[in-house]
Design a protein around this ligand. Structure first.
Ligand SMILES: [Zn+2]
Length: 115
């Protein structure tokens, strides 16, 4: 379960950024997670509940935006959304496999709400 490590680093990052802004409290942490990042949403929520304890994010909400996996087909010169969680991209138009993943593996803090 790598979600705990992930939650801890998200909280760390958020706290560091909030301190730089001179904030006192973090109200919400917004994160973006790709469909292929291998993160189990329930596990992340649970881990976040533990990771935020004793920090200035102790009462913060975790707002997660899940980004769909998107690959690029060179044949059709267009992007398409993957409909599976395994990262196997086959263009729905021309059935050509693609290894050109444009979105889906990212995990990052997009912004914070602080007071
Ligand atoms: Zn195609």
């Amino acid at each position: 379960m790598h979600e705990f490590g992930l939650a801890v680093s998200m909280v760390d990052l958020a706290v560091e950024a909030a301190r730089k802004e001179g904030a006192e409290r973090i109200e919400a942490i917004h994160v973006e997670i790709g469909a292929l990042a291998g993160v189990v949403p329930e596990a992340l929520e649970f881990a976040f509940g533990g990771a935020r304890e004793g920090t200035m994010a102790a009462h913060a909400r975790l707002e997660v935006t899940y980004l769909p996996a998107i690959a690029y087909c060179a044949t059709c010169q267009s992007e398409f959304e993957l409909d599976n969680r395994f990262g196997i991209a086959v263009c729905p138009r021309c059935d050509t496999p693609s290894a050109d993943l444009r979105q889906g593996r990212e995990m990052h803090v997009s912004h914070l709400e602080v007071t």
